[in-house]
Design a protein around this ligand. Structure first.
Ligand SMILES: *Cc1c(COP(=O)(O)O)cnc(C)c1O
Length: 355
């Protein structure tokens, strides 16, 4: 076996919720640790999936190009269909990008703290990780990143809004950064949470893929569209790069049921709009509560809040035993909590009041 694999610390996925609930002897356990959509998914997804199952053939391979979805996405965002590469969630897109752009001894730059999968897959490709701390307010330190670029640097990850800080960078700031990065360094903008941004327009860096060949913008159906279980995500490339990335994609990676579900979810933008509105309202209420309690948090534009608490693991444990699972272990004495439903958020505030 490769030494790198033997030494690797794997990504630790969420435990099945019911298993954990029974282990803890609870009647109800709500997962607010994985940034899933608390409002479910569009009603039309179920209908489309059932109708697919009734009329289609499971013995046939899916459409490798995901053409229907490709057309819809490219039309809505005014892109060339050939700019898109679909993956089994963004997880798989991250694997593809690491495989295409990193050779052993190359370097990948990340802002820390950020999503752990970027570094994990760079390690598998035997690349080195250059870590640049976020600024105190959780935002990305672009000038420190620019200064740290070396001839070995091949990839730079910008998660926007950033997981776990929840903070947002404007398109202008991203463009200013990309325009100063050498052409042979790819800037990867992970927009998994971009739908939740309510602070300004335009919010997406997608259009920059027409102007710069070294920027990639990624989206997922797992968060605002509520399709985490179906595993669909995609990346938008400059046209001359997408074809090379397609070469490493497994030919039938996104199955037909996932494609059908994503098409139905994408056509129901009203569902997404409602989710975003409810999330923004609940996010503000939670931030107001933290203000009242003098709990230090970072200003969020996502569907989660990152906050600091003395002996944070104890608070997380208390909430867990009262039916709420939140994310620990991302930064010492910091916790990341997904914004839940109105009722669950009110319950959490009252639990913290009583703590
Ligand atoms: C959730 C998440 C993803 C992964 O999304 P999938 O499409 O479900 O694989 C990617 N990036 C970030 C920052 C995330 O938080």
């Amino acid at each position: 076996m490769k030494k790198i694999i033997q030494d690797l610390s794997p990504y630790i996925p969420e435990k099945p919720l019911n298993e954990l609930r029974d282990e803890l002897g609870l009647d109800k356990l709500v997962r607010l640790s994985a940034n899933e959509n608390p409002y479910g998914t569009s009603q039309s997804v179920k209908k489309s999936v059932i109708s697919w199952a009734k009329t289609s053939h499971s013995n046939r391979y899916p459409d490798s190009a995901a053409n229907q979805l490709r057309q819809l996405v490219s039309e809505k965002f005014d892109l060339d269909p050939e700019q898109l590469v679909f993956g089994v969630g963004l997880d798989e897109v991250i694997v593809m990008l690491s495989r295409v752009f990193l050779s052993p001894g190359d370097a990948e730059m990340i802002s820390v703290p950020t999503f752990s999968e970027y570094a994990l897959h760079a390690e598998i490709e035997q690349a080195n990780i250059q870590k640049i701390a976020t600024k105190k307010d959780g935002r990305i330190d672009f000038s420190a990143m620019l200064e740290a670029i070396t001839p070995e640097t091949k990839l730079i990850w910008i998660c926007n809004p950033n997981n776990p800080t929840g903070t947002y960078e404007t398109v202008d700031e991203i463009e200013k950064f990309v325009s100063q990065v050498p052409d042979n360094v790819m800037v990867l903008v992970d927009e998994a949470y971009i739908d939740f941004v309510t602070c300004e327009e335009p919010i997406s860096a997608m259009q920059l893929t027409k102007k710069y060949s070294n920027i990639v913008v990624m989206r997922t159906f797992s968060k605002a569209y509520g399709l985490a279980n179906y595993r669909v995500g995609y990346a938008v490339f400059s046209k001359n790069v997408a074809g090379d990335v397609q070469k490493v994609r497994l030919p039938y990676n996104v199955n037909s049921i996932a494609q059908v579900a994503a098409v139905a979810a994408f056509m129901d933008q009203e569902f997404v709009t409602k989710v975003v509105e409810k999330n923004a309202l609940e996010r503000q209420k939670m931030q107001n509560f933290f203000d009242d309690k003098a709990i230090h948090y970072l200003d969020s534009q996502a569907n989660f809040i990152f906050f600091e608490y003395p002996e944070a693991d104890k608070l997380a444990d208390y909430l867990l035993h009262h039916g709420y699972l939140i994310r620990t272990g991302l930064k010492e004495n910091w916790l990341r909590m997904t914004i839940g439903t109105k009722e669950d958020n009110a319950e959490i505030r009252s639990l913290i009041e009583d703590y």
